[in-house]
Design a protein around this ligand. Structure first.
Ligand SMILES: C[S@@+](CC[C@H](N)C(=O)[O-])C[C@H]1O[C@@H](n2cnc3c(N)ncnc32)[C@H](O)[C@@H]1O
Length: 415
Protein backbone atom coordinates (compact mmCIF):
# COMPACT_ATOMS: atom_id res chain seq x y z
CA UNK A 1 0.00 0.00 0.00
CA UNK A 2 1.42 3.42 -0.87
CA UNK A 3 2.42 5.61 2.05
CA UNK A 4 -0.05 8.26 1.04
CA UNK A 5 -2.88 5.91 2.03
CA UNK A 6 -2.02 6.15 5.68
CA UNK A 7 -4.15 8.95 7.02
CA UNK A 8 -3.66 10.67 10.30
CA UNK A 9 -5.88 13.16 11.88
CA UNK A 10 -4.74 13.65 15.35
CA UNK A 11 -5.19 12.19 18.73
CA UNK A 12 -3.84 8.70 18.47
CA UNK A 13 -2.00 8.49 21.76
CA UNK A 14 -4.15 5.74 23.23
CA UNK A 15 -3.95 3.66 20.14
CA UNK A 16 -0.25 4.11 19.91
CA UNK A 17 -0.13 2.24 23.20
CA UNK A 18 -2.67 -0.36 22.13
CA UNK A 19 -1.82 -1.05 18.54
CA UNK A 20 1.30 -3.18 19.05
CA UNK A 21 -0.44 -6.02 20.92
CA UNK A 22 -3.58 -6.18 18.82
CA UNK A 23 -2.69 -4.92 15.37
CA UNK A 24 -0.34 -6.46 12.90
CA UNK A 25 2.52 -4.19 11.99
CA UNK A 26 1.28 -3.86 8.49
CA UNK A 27 0.10 -0.49 7.43
CA UNK A 28 -3.50 0.15 8.14
CA UNK A 29 -5.30 3.44 8.35
CA UNK A 30 -5.43 5.64 11.37
CA UNK A 31 -8.03 8.34 11.52
CA UNK A 32 -7.86 10.85 14.32
CA UNK A 33 -9.48 14.19 14.83
CA UNK A 34 -7.53 16.65 16.84
CA UNK A 35 -3.87 17.08 16.38
CA UNK A 36 -1.95 19.58 14.41
CA UNK A 37 1.16 18.57 16.22
CA UNK A 38 4.00 17.86 13.85
CA UNK A 39 6.10 16.27 16.59
CA UNK A 40 3.96 13.18 16.73
CA UNK A 41 4.50 12.42 13.09
CA UNK A 42 8.04 11.13 13.33
CA UNK A 43 7.07 9.09 16.38
CA UNK A 44 4.17 7.42 14.66
CA UNK A 45 6.01 7.11 11.38
CA UNK A 46 8.51 4.83 13.10
CA UNK A 47 5.70 2.39 13.86
CA UNK A 48 3.37 2.83 10.95
CA UNK A 49 5.31 4.36 8.09
CA UNK A 50 4.54 7.67 6.46
CA UNK A 51 1.46 9.54 7.49
CA UNK A 52 -0.73 11.92 5.60
CA UNK A 53 -2.48 14.79 7.33
CA UNK A 54 -6.21 14.72 7.23
CA UNK A 55 -8.44 17.76 6.95
CA UNK A 56 -10.91 17.80 9.86
CA UNK A 57 -13.38 19.88 7.88
CA UNK A 58 -13.83 17.17 5.26
CA UNK A 59 -15.66 14.44 7.10
CA UNK A 60 -16.44 12.57 3.88
CA UNK A 61 -12.76 11.66 3.71
CA UNK A 62 -13.27 9.59 6.83
CA UNK A 63 -15.48 7.23 4.82
CA UNK A 64 -12.38 5.84 3.09
CA UNK A 65 -14.33 5.39 -0.09
CA UNK A 66 -11.13 5.62 -2.11
CA UNK A 67 -9.71 2.57 -0.36
CA UNK A 68 -10.17 -0.78 -2.10
CA UNK A 69 -12.43 -3.37 -0.52
CA UNK A 70 -10.75 -6.01 1.67
CA UNK A 71 -7.40 -4.22 1.46
CA UNK A 72 -6.34 -3.10 4.94
CA UNK A 73 -5.28 -5.04 8.04
CA UNK A 74 -6.95 -2.47 10.28
CA UNK A 75 -8.65 0.89 10.54
CA UNK A 76 -8.25 2.89 13.71
CA UNK A 77 -10.72 5.73 14.09
CA UNK A 78 -9.92 7.74 17.16
CA UNK A 79 -12.42 10.51 17.87
CA UNK A 80 -13.74 10.43 14.33
CA UNK A 81 -17.03 8.56 14.37
CA UNK A 82 -18.87 11.32 16.22
CA UNK A 83 -18.04 13.72 13.37
CA UNK A 84 -19.55 11.53 10.67
CA UNK A 85 -22.93 12.57 9.26
CA UNK A 86 -24.24 8.99 9.29
CA UNK A 87 -22.77 6.55 11.75
CA UNK A 88 -23.58 3.26 10.09
CA UNK A 89 -22.38 4.55 6.71
CA UNK A 90 -18.97 5.30 8.21
CA UNK A 91 -18.84 2.00 10.06
CA UNK A 92 -19.92 0.03 7.02
CA UNK A 93 -17.25 1.67 4.89
CA UNK A 94 -14.50 1.03 7.42
CA UNK A 95 -15.54 -2.61 7.60
CA UNK A 96 -15.64 -2.76 3.81
CA UNK A 97 -12.07 -1.49 3.57
CA UNK A 98 -10.48 -4.03 5.93
CA UNK A 99 -9.61 -7.60 4.98
CA UNK A 100 -11.73 -10.47 6.30
CA UNK A 101 -10.46 -10.98 9.85
CA UNK A 102 -9.18 -7.39 9.97
CA UNK A 103 -9.85 -5.05 12.86
CA UNK A 104 -11.72 -1.79 13.17
CA UNK A 105 -10.97 0.05 16.42
CA UNK A 106 -13.09 3.03 17.31
CA UNK A 107 -12.80 5.39 20.24
CA UNK A 108 -15.35 8.10 20.96
CA UNK A 109 -16.02 10.35 23.94
CA UNK A 110 -18.99 9.18 25.99
CA UNK A 111 -22.11 11.32 25.73
CA UNK A 112 -20.71 14.76 25.26
CA UNK A 113 -19.39 15.55 21.88
CA UNK A 114 -18.76 19.25 21.85
CA UNK A 115 -17.44 19.51 18.35
CA UNK A 116 -18.95 16.32 16.95
CA UNK A 117 -22.32 15.77 15.35
CA UNK A 118 -23.18 12.80 17.54
CA UNK A 119 -23.22 12.14 21.27
CA UNK A 120 -22.50 8.48 21.91
CA UNK A 121 -23.22 6.39 24.99
CA UNK A 122 -23.40 2.79 26.13
CA UNK A 123 -26.35 2.88 28.46
CA UNK A 124 -28.78 5.40 27.10
CA UNK A 125 -30.92 4.09 24.26
CA UNK A 126 -30.65 6.02 21.02
CA UNK A 127 -32.83 9.03 20.68
CA UNK A 128 -33.03 11.19 17.60
CA UNK A 129 -31.26 14.49 17.37
CA UNK A 130 -27.87 12.92 17.19
CA UNK A 131 -27.64 10.70 20.20
CA UNK A 132 -26.61 7.11 19.59
CA UNK A 133 -25.98 4.01 21.66
CA UNK A 134 -22.75 2.27 20.70
CA UNK A 135 -24.18 -1.18 21.44
CA UNK A 136 -27.16 -0.58 19.17
CA UNK A 137 -24.83 0.75 16.53
CA UNK A 138 -22.68 -2.37 16.78
CA UNK A 139 -25.83 -4.39 16.30
CA UNK A 140 -26.52 -2.69 12.98
CA UNK A 141 -23.23 -4.00 11.58
CA UNK A 142 -23.00 -7.35 13.34
CA UNK A 143 -23.89 -9.13 10.10
CA UNK A 144 -20.54 -7.85 8.78
CA UNK A 145 -18.32 -7.95 11.87
CA UNK A 146 -18.09 -9.54 15.29
CA UNK A 147 -17.74 -7.33 18.33
CA UNK A 148 -14.40 -8.03 19.98
CA UNK A 149 -14.79 -5.42 22.68
CA UNK A 150 -17.03 -2.62 23.86
CA UNK A 151 -15.67 -0.88 26.91
CA UNK A 152 -15.57 2.37 28.80
CA UNK A 153 -12.35 3.96 29.98
CA UNK A 154 -11.47 7.04 31.96
CA UNK A 155 -8.80 9.13 30.31
CA UNK A 156 -6.19 10.88 32.41
CA UNK A 157 -6.35 14.62 32.83
CA UNK A 158 -3.95 15.03 29.99
CA UNK A 159 -2.35 12.62 27.64
CA UNK A 160 0.53 13.94 25.70
CA UNK A 161 2.45 12.93 22.70
CA UNK A 162 4.75 15.75 21.85
CA UNK A 163 2.71 18.81 22.61
CA UNK A 164 -0.66 17.21 21.85
CA UNK A 165 -2.83 17.12 24.94
CA UNK A 166 -6.17 15.66 25.69
CA UNK A 167 -8.47 16.69 28.50
CA UNK A 168 -10.01 14.23 30.95
CA UNK A 169 -13.21 12.39 30.15
CA UNK A 170 -14.76 9.00 29.57
CA UNK A 171 -14.01 7.30 26.32
CA UNK A 172 -15.86 4.40 24.76
CA UNK A 173 -13.92 1.82 22.80
CA UNK A 174 -15.42 -0.46 20.20
CA UNK A 175 -13.30 -3.07 18.47
CA UNK A 176 -14.84 -4.99 15.57
CA UNK A 177 -13.41 -7.87 13.56
CA UNK A 178 -14.61 -8.29 10.00
CA UNK A 179 -16.38 -11.58 9.41
CA UNK A 180 -15.06 -13.83 6.68
CA UNK A 181 -18.63 -14.22 5.42
CA UNK A 182 -21.46 -11.69 5.83
CA UNK A 183 -24.43 -12.99 7.79
CA UNK A 184 -27.99 -12.68 6.57
CA UNK A 185 -30.27 -10.35 8.63
CA UNK A 186 -31.87 -13.41 10.22
CA UNK A 187 -28.57 -14.92 11.27
CA UNK A 188 -27.36 -11.60 12.62
CA UNK A 189 -30.56 -11.21 14.60
CA UNK A 190 -29.44 -14.30 16.50
CA UNK A 191 -25.82 -13.22 16.82
CA UNK A 192 -24.28 -12.72 20.27
CA UNK A 193 -24.43 -8.92 19.84
CA UNK A 194 -28.14 -8.95 19.06
CA UNK A 195 -28.76 -11.31 21.98
CA UNK A 196 -26.82 -9.04 24.34
CA UNK A 197 -28.85 -6.07 23.28
CA UNK A 198 -32.06 -8.03 23.82
CA UNK A 199 -30.90 -8.88 27.37
CA UNK A 200 -30.14 -5.22 28.08
CA UNK A 201 -33.61 -4.25 26.88
CA UNK A 202 -35.20 -7.10 28.86
CA UNK A 203 -33.60 -6.05 32.12
CA UNK A 204 -34.60 -2.42 31.53
CA UNK A 205 -38.20 -3.49 30.95
CA UNK A 206 -38.17 -5.78 33.99
CA UNK A 207 -36.76 -2.98 36.17
CA UNK A 208 -39.36 -0.48 35.03
CA UNK A 209 -42.28 -2.87 34.99
CA UNK A 210 -41.95 -4.21 38.54
CA UNK A 211 -45.55 -3.51 39.42
CA UNK A 212 -46.87 -5.14 36.29
CA UNK A 213 -47.72 -8.69 35.47
CA UNK A 214 -45.70 -9.38 32.34
CA UNK A 215 -46.66 -13.02 32.07
CA UNK A 216 -49.09 -12.51 29.16
CA UNK A 217 -46.53 -10.44 27.28
CA UNK A 218 -43.89 -13.13 27.76
CA UNK A 219 -46.31 -15.90 26.79
CA UNK A 220 -47.09 -14.02 23.58
CA UNK A 221 -43.39 -13.56 22.86
CA UNK A 222 -42.91 -17.29 23.40
CA UNK A 223 -45.74 -18.16 21.01
CA UNK A 224 -43.38 -17.58 18.07
CA UNK A 225 -42.90 -13.79 18.10
CA UNK A 226 -39.29 -13.85 19.29
CA UNK A 227 -37.96 -16.07 16.51
CA UNK A 228 -39.83 -14.19 13.80
CA UNK A 229 -39.07 -10.55 14.43
CA UNK A 230 -36.28 -8.05 14.03
CA UNK A 231 -38.12 -5.62 16.28
CA UNK A 232 -36.48 -5.06 19.65
CA UNK A 233 -38.08 -5.92 22.95
CA UNK A 234 -38.78 -2.35 24.03
CA UNK A 235 -40.70 -1.70 20.85
CA UNK A 236 -42.61 -4.97 21.16
CA UNK A 237 -43.64 -4.08 24.69
CA UNK A 238 -44.91 -0.67 23.62
CA UNK A 239 -46.79 -2.26 20.75
CA UNK A 240 -48.37 -4.78 23.11
CA UNK A 241 -49.68 -1.86 25.17
CA UNK A 242 -50.89 0.20 22.20
CA UNK A 243 -52.83 -2.74 20.77
CA UNK A 244 -54.55 -3.10 24.15
CA UNK A 245 -55.63 0.50 23.96
CA UNK A 246 -57.51 -0.32 20.76
CA UNK A 247 -59.30 -3.44 22.03
CA UNK A 248 -62.50 -1.66 23.05
CA UNK A 249 -62.86 -0.04 19.63
CA UNK A 250 -64.47 -1.45 16.50
CA UNK A 251 -62.61 -2.23 13.31
CA UNK A 252 -59.89 -4.53 12.05
CA UNK A 253 -56.11 -4.43 12.45
CA UNK A 254 -53.58 -3.95 9.68
CA UNK A 255 -49.84 -4.36 9.45
CA UNK A 256 -47.75 -3.43 6.43
CA UNK A 257 -44.17 -4.68 6.72
CA UNK A 258 -44.40 -8.07 8.40
CA UNK A 259 -41.23 -9.75 7.13
CA UNK A 260 -41.17 -13.07 9.06
CA UNK A 261 -44.42 -12.23 10.84
CA UNK A 262 -43.21 -11.53 14.40
CA UNK A 263 -45.10 -8.31 15.09
CA UNK A 264 -48.19 -9.55 13.23
CA UNK A 265 -48.09 -12.60 15.51
CA UNK A 266 -48.01 -10.34 18.57
CA UNK A 267 -51.19 -8.56 17.44
CA UNK A 268 -52.82 -11.80 16.36
CA UNK A 269 -52.14 -13.57 19.68
CA UNK A 270 -53.42 -10.64 21.73
CA UNK A 271 -56.66 -10.58 19.70
CA UNK A 272 -57.10 -14.34 20.17
CA UNK A 273 -56.35 -14.28 23.90
CA UNK A 274 -58.80 -11.48 24.53
CA UNK A 275 -61.48 -13.00 22.29
CA UNK A 276 -61.60 -9.94 20.03
CA UNK A 277 -63.60 -10.36 16.81
CA UNK A 278 -61.35 -8.59 14.31
CA UNK A 279 -59.41 -9.42 11.17
CA UNK A 280 -55.70 -8.79 11.04
CA UNK A 281 -54.52 -7.88 7.54
CA UNK A 282 -50.86 -8.67 6.97
CA UNK A 283 -49.03 -7.12 4.01
CA UNK A 284 -45.51 -7.75 2.77
CA UNK A 285 -43.72 -8.63 -0.42
CA UNK A 286 -42.45 -11.67 1.55
CA UNK A 287 -39.51 -11.37 -0.85
CA UNK A 288 -37.56 -8.34 0.37
CA UNK A 289 -37.59 -4.57 0.13
CA UNK A 290 -39.02 -2.84 -2.94
CA UNK A 291 -36.50 -1.45 -5.42
CA UNK A 292 -37.98 2.03 -5.42
CA UNK A 293 -35.64 3.61 -2.86
CA UNK A 294 -34.58 7.22 -2.20
CA UNK A 295 -30.83 7.90 -2.64
CA UNK A 296 -30.27 7.83 1.12
CA UNK A 297 -32.12 4.51 1.45
CA UNK A 298 -29.92 2.55 -0.94
CA UNK A 299 -28.48 0.52 1.95
CA UNK A 300 -31.87 -1.22 2.24
CA UNK A 301 -31.60 -2.69 -1.26
CA UNK A 302 -31.84 -6.47 -1.26
CA UNK A 303 -32.61 -6.76 2.46
CA UNK A 304 -35.37 -8.72 4.23
CA UNK A 305 -35.45 -11.56 1.73
CA UNK A 306 -35.19 -14.44 4.22
CA UNK A 307 -38.90 -15.04 4.58
CA UNK A 308 -41.77 -16.60 2.68
CA UNK A 309 -45.53 -16.42 2.51
CA UNK A 310 -45.77 -20.09 3.58
CA UNK A 311 -43.64 -19.47 6.67
CA UNK A 312 -45.77 -16.53 7.84
CA UNK A 313 -48.98 -18.40 7.00
CA UNK A 314 -47.81 -21.23 9.25
CA UNK A 315 -46.94 -18.81 12.09
CA UNK A 316 -50.37 -17.15 11.98
CA UNK A 317 -52.24 -20.34 11.11
CA UNK A 318 -53.96 -20.61 14.50
CA UNK A 319 -55.93 -17.41 13.77
CA UNK A 320 -58.55 -17.88 11.06
CA UNK A 321 -58.96 -14.11 10.89
CA UNK A 322 -55.33 -13.48 9.89
CA UNK A 323 -55.45 -12.51 6.20
CA UNK A 324 -52.16 -12.41 4.32
CA UNK A 325 -51.71 -10.18 1.27
CA UNK A 326 -48.43 -10.93 -0.51
CA UNK A 327 -46.95 -8.49 -3.01
CA UNK A 328 -46.00 -4.88 -3.32
CA UNK A 329 -48.20 -2.50 -1.34
CA UNK A 330 -50.40 -0.64 -2.42
CA UNK A 331 -50.93 -2.81 -5.53
CA UNK A 332 -51.53 -5.81 -3.25
CA UNK A 333 -54.59 -4.25 -1.56
CA UNK A 334 -57.66 -6.37 -2.41
CA UNK A 335 -60.64 -4.30 -3.64
CA UNK A 336 -62.89 -5.42 -0.77
CA UNK A 337 -60.57 -3.71 1.72
CA UNK A 338 -61.58 -0.34 0.31
CA UNK A 339 -64.53 -0.34 2.71
CA UNK A 340 -62.55 -1.50 5.76
CA UNK A 341 -62.15 0.37 9.04
CA UNK A 342 -59.11 -0.14 11.23
CA UNK A 343 -58.76 0.15 15.00
CA UNK A 344 -55.01 -0.49 14.96
CA UNK A 345 -52.37 -0.07 12.27
CA UNK A 346 -48.68 -0.97 12.35
CA UNK A 347 -46.60 0.51 9.53
CA UNK A 348 -43.12 -1.02 9.51
CA UNK A 349 -41.84 -0.56 5.97
CA UNK A 350 -38.69 1.58 6.49
CA UNK A 351 -38.77 3.55 3.23
CA UNK A 352 -40.21 6.93 2.30
CA UNK A 353 -42.41 5.77 -0.57
CA UNK A 354 -43.76 2.76 1.29
CA UNK A 355 -44.58 4.80 4.44
CA UNK A 356 -46.35 7.42 2.30
CA UNK A 357 -48.36 4.77 0.42
CA UNK A 358 -49.36 3.13 3.71
CA UNK A 359 -50.54 6.38 5.30
CA UNK A 360 -52.53 7.34 2.21
CA UNK A 361 -54.49 4.10 2.36
CA UNK A 362 -54.72 3.55 6.11
CA UNK A 363 -55.31 7.02 7.56
CA UNK A 364 -58.73 7.69 5.95
CA UNK A 365 -59.90 4.23 7.08
CA UNK A 366 -58.97 4.58 10.74
CA UNK A 367 -61.51 4.36 13.54
CA UNK A 368 -61.84 7.90 14.97
CA UNK A 369 -60.16 6.68 18.18
CA UNK A 370 -57.76 4.22 16.58
CA UNK A 371 -53.99 3.94 16.93
CA UNK A 372 -51.35 4.06 14.19
CA UNK A 373 -47.76 3.08 14.99
CA UNK A 374 -45.16 4.11 12.46
CA UNK A 375 -41.91 2.30 13.02
CA UNK A 376 -38.61 4.03 12.29
CA UNK A 377 -39.94 7.56 12.66
CA UNK A 378 -37.03 9.58 13.99
CA UNK A 379 -34.54 6.79 13.38
CA UNK A 380 -31.34 8.43 12.18
CA UNK A 381 -30.79 5.61 9.69
CA UNK A 382 -34.30 5.80 8.16
CA UNK A 383 -34.63 9.45 7.17
CA UNK A 384 -37.20 8.58 4.49
CA UNK A 385 -39.68 7.20 7.05
CA UNK A 386 -39.47 10.43 9.04
CA UNK A 387 -39.83 12.59 5.93
CA UNK A 388 -42.93 10.71 4.80
CA UNK A 389 -44.63 10.99 8.21
CA UNK A 390 -43.87 14.69 8.61
CA UNK A 391 -45.07 15.51 5.11
CA UNK A 392 -48.25 13.46 5.48
CA UNK A 393 -49.31 14.90 8.84
CA UNK A 394 -48.34 18.50 8.01
CA UNK A 395 -51.95 19.34 7.15
CA UNK A 396 -53.68 16.87 9.50
CA UNK A 397 -55.09 17.72 12.92
CA UNK A 398 -53.43 14.77 14.71
CA UNK A 399 -50.29 15.22 16.72
CA UNK A 400 -47.43 12.81 16.02
CA UNK A 401 -46.30 11.42 19.37
CA UNK A 402 -42.66 10.59 19.01
CA UNK A 403 -41.26 7.56 20.87
CA UNK A 404 -37.64 8.63 20.72
CA UNK A 405 -36.16 5.80 22.75
CA UNK A 406 -37.44 3.23 20.28
CA UNK A 407 -37.47 5.36 17.12
CA UNK A 408 -41.12 5.20 16.24
CA UNK A 409 -44.17 7.40 16.26
CA UNK A 410 -47.68 6.87 17.55
CA UNK A 411 -50.67 8.71 16.18
CA UNK A 412 -53.88 8.61 18.21
CA UNK A 413 -56.66 9.42 15.79
CA UNK A 414 -58.90 10.99 18.40
CA UNK A 415 -56.29 13.45 19.64
C1 LIG B 1 -38.34 -3.97 8.99
S1 LIG B 1 -39.14 -5.20 8.07
C2 LIG B 1 -40.55 -5.56 9.04
C3 LIG B 1 -40.20 -6.18 10.37
C4 LIG B 1 -41.34 -6.94 11.01
N1 LIG B 1 -42.42 -6.06 11.42
C5 LIG B 1 -40.84 -7.76 12.16
O1 LIG B 1 -41.63 -8.05 13.10
O2 LIG B 1 -39.67 -8.18 12.16
C6 LIG B 1 -39.78 -4.27 6.74
C7 LIG B 1 -40.58 -5.09 5.75
O3 LIG B 1 -41.33 -4.17 4.96
C8 LIG B 1 -41.52 -4.77 3.68
N2 LIG B 1 -41.92 -3.71 2.76
C9 LIG B 1 -41.40 -2.48 2.61
N3 LIG B 1 -42.07 -1.79 1.67
C10 LIG B 1 -43.07 -2.60 1.22
C11 LIG B 1 -44.11 -2.45 0.25
N4 LIG B 1 -44.28 -1.33 -0.45
N5 LIG B 1 -44.93 -3.51 0.03
C12 LIG B 1 -44.79 -4.66 0.74
N6 LIG B 1 -43.83 -4.86 1.67
C13 LIG B 1 -42.98 -3.84 1.91
C14 LIG B 1 -40.18 -5.40 3.40
O4 LIG B 1 -40.31 -6.44 2.44
C15 LIG B 1 -39.78 -5.93 4.79
O5 LIG B 1 -40.12 -7.29 4.92
Amino acid sequence: MPDSQILLRGEVGKFELQIPPIFPRERGIILGDRSNDPTMFPELSRQYGSLRRFDPARSEEALLQDIAEDSLPYVVADNVLQHCPRLSVALTNWIRAVKPGGLIAIAVPEQVSRSGRWALSLQEPSVPEHHANLLELAQTVCHMATVERISRRETPSTLGIGTAQRTAGTMLDLVLRKRSRTLTPVQSNHSPEAQTLAKVAASAIAARGLARDLSEFHAILDSGVRQATVVDLGRLYLMYQWVQRSLLLTGDCIEVGSYRGGTAKLVSELLLRRGIEADIHVFDTFAGMPDDLAPDEIGLKGTFTETSLAQVQALLGNNPRAKLHPGLFPQSIPPELGAAQFRFAHIDVDTEKSVRDCLEFIYPRMNGNGVIIIDDYGHPECPGATRAVEAFFADKPQHIVQMPLVSSAVVLMGC
